[in-house]
Every structure is written in structure tokens, then in C-alpha cells.
Design a protein. Sequence first.
Length: 408
Amino acid sequence: MSSLQAEFLRKAPGVKHVERDMKVQKLTTHTPQFLGLPTGVWPTGGGLDRAGEDVVIGFVDSGIYPQHPSFAAHKTDRYGPVPRYKGKCEKDLVTQRSFCNGKIVGAQHFAKAAMAAGAFNPDVEFASPLDGDGHGSHTAAIAAGNNGIPVRMHGHEFGKASGMAPRARVAVYKVLYRLFGGYVADVVAAIDQAVQDGVDILNLSVGPNSPPTATRTTFLNPFDAALLSAVKAGVFVAQAAGNGGPFPKTLVSFSPWITTVAAGVDDRRYKNHLTLGNGKLISGLGVSPATHGNMSFSLISAADALLGSSASKYSALDCQRPELLNKRKVQGKILLCGYSFNYISGTASIKKVSQTARSLGAAGFVVAVENSYPGTKFDPVPVSIPGILITDVSKTEPYCIFASYIEV
């Protein structure tokens, strides 16, 4: 639509507001126990295997992967029909099989705005409710995934997962795509359709790329107006607060009529430890295999394994670039890496450290955090090489002893 057409539309009878479309973006096994659901809410809702029965949750997200066991139709306790829900089920473009199976009761995708903007490429994106990057399947499993699903990754067992309402039904409204995110117009269309279809709850892990500018009215934009209409229709709406916290002015969920949800911290810990030559232990975090047998390995700091000019020293300390380090010095030793702001900004990761250590032939790695940055959250990721994250070496009593084991 041209600016001239938009001006004509703005003056048309019955049109309250016209606004330029904008882009939106995507905004976590033990959580039910941490929240006390098995002994609290679940017994009042039919017990462990009945909690959420016949509740339909609409997910406005990136779609779903229907073959995942979290969304499988129960083999013995089958899901019955939900007559009040009127949503439709699209078919997979390749298999021509419906996305719905009793657990999943609706599956639709919305991309007209993305197509109009020239962002949608059917050769790259799935023109169906199929999840392109896992985000939608992730959020749906958190809220409504089946109970007792084993979680395994890289050979590690993480227990059994469950959604918060394991017998709730899943209705999929795909608006987000891998390469470009999505557009508000498609999100609004999905919200309106979900309300018409009869969902009980709307889950939106989606929001604008940034807070509104000073010239844009916060509550009267089409997105927040659509949420108000959903609430007035009796739908409970939950939206993610955003990915920018805990810093100021990062909230991207503004509607006073919905529930804004921020990320929380539970009591799950993946403890690991480093054993020094004198038998002392340094505690840390990590999901990794142990070093082989009872062998001992020398420690070497990334700073002492640096290749070439010391001008590159800072960029080498977080062990993200193996080409900056001397493989002959690192091979067979445990590589000690620093923790920089790059981890907070997302340009550095523990996974990359493990890849660096492996490529250099290291026996393992240590990431030592000397100073925590505001907003630091230590989420250990599974790696296939021995590794540990020491979250605050300044408070580690035997750190001075630990430092004496570093080979120069």
C-alpha cells in the first residue's frame, strides 16, 4: 500500500487508525517440581496426567514440529474432541498429512504481510505450520507438552520433561519465520483467528523489535488493540516481556489488560568440579564428560598460548578463535579461558570454547569468570569435551593454589 492509499484509507468511514506495519521477533525438565505443581495445582485439576484437560492454548509463534513426543497423541488415554474449538488444520506440504492428532487440535500459518513486504521466500521458509527453528515447539512444550518425556542431549540424561498443563491441547498459529522474524499484521491476523476459533489461552512469545518510539501511541496500536479484543472475548493472554532485560527501557510488552511474563530463575544446578594436583576441589558448573581415568593434566592459560603479537591478546582470552592459539602448547593440556562481555552480548559462547579446545587437541577446558557483568546468567550447555565454568574465581578460596598449576 502506498502512502497515498494509506491516507485515503485513514479518511474512510469506520477506520479508526492506520499504522505502518513493523517487524516482530521471537522473544525454558524440572520446572513443574520447582513451582510445586505436582503437589499443588495439578491435584486440583485432575492429577498428574489430567492437568489442563480440554483447555486449548493458542501459540502465536514459529509453528510446531508435530512428530516430537511432547505433542504425541496418548496411546492409552486418548484425547477426545473439543467441540467448542473451531480451528482448522493445515497439511504438511511434503507428506500431505494433517498437523493435528488430538493433542494438536489446530495448525495454521499466516504470512500475507511478510509476502507483501517481499520478505517471505517459499524456497527457504516453510509455507505451512511446520516449525522452522524450534522456537514454537519449545514454547508449546513448556506450556502444554506431554508429561514424562525423557530428555537426552549429547549423551547426557536430563530427566523427564513436562508441560505446565500436560493434558492441554495445542493450537498453532505460525507467524514467525527463520530468516526475518515476522510482521505485526500477520500477528494481529493470527490473534483474531485464534479468538474466533475458540482458544482459552493465548501464548505470545513474540514482540516488536524495539519499544515504541515517542511518536507512536503505545496502547492504541493494532497489536495491543487486538489483545484487548481477545481479553474482552474471555481469552487469557500471556506475552513475553522481551529479551533485553534486566537493563532499563527494554520491556516490549505494554498492554495493561494482559499478563506480561518475564524469565525466571529456578533451583536447577549442573554442578561440576576441577580437582587440583594437591587434591583440592574447585567447584563450578558444567554438563560434560570427565577426563579419562585417573590421569592428571597440566593447565595452560590462553594468554600463554597466544600466537603472534600481544595486540590480539584480549580477543584470544575468551578462546573463541583457535587460530590465535598455539596448538603445540595447548595439545594434551587443559585450556584456561577468560570470560568477557562477549558472552553477555552473544558473540562468545561456551560451545565455541569447547570447539576451540577440541580443535587444538586440548584434554579439556576451564572458563574462569573473574568479574560478573550485570545481567550475567550462567546456563551451562552440554559439550562433548571435559569442561567447567567457574562462576566467580575471586570468591574461590583455593584459586591462588589453582593459579599455581598454570603452565607458562
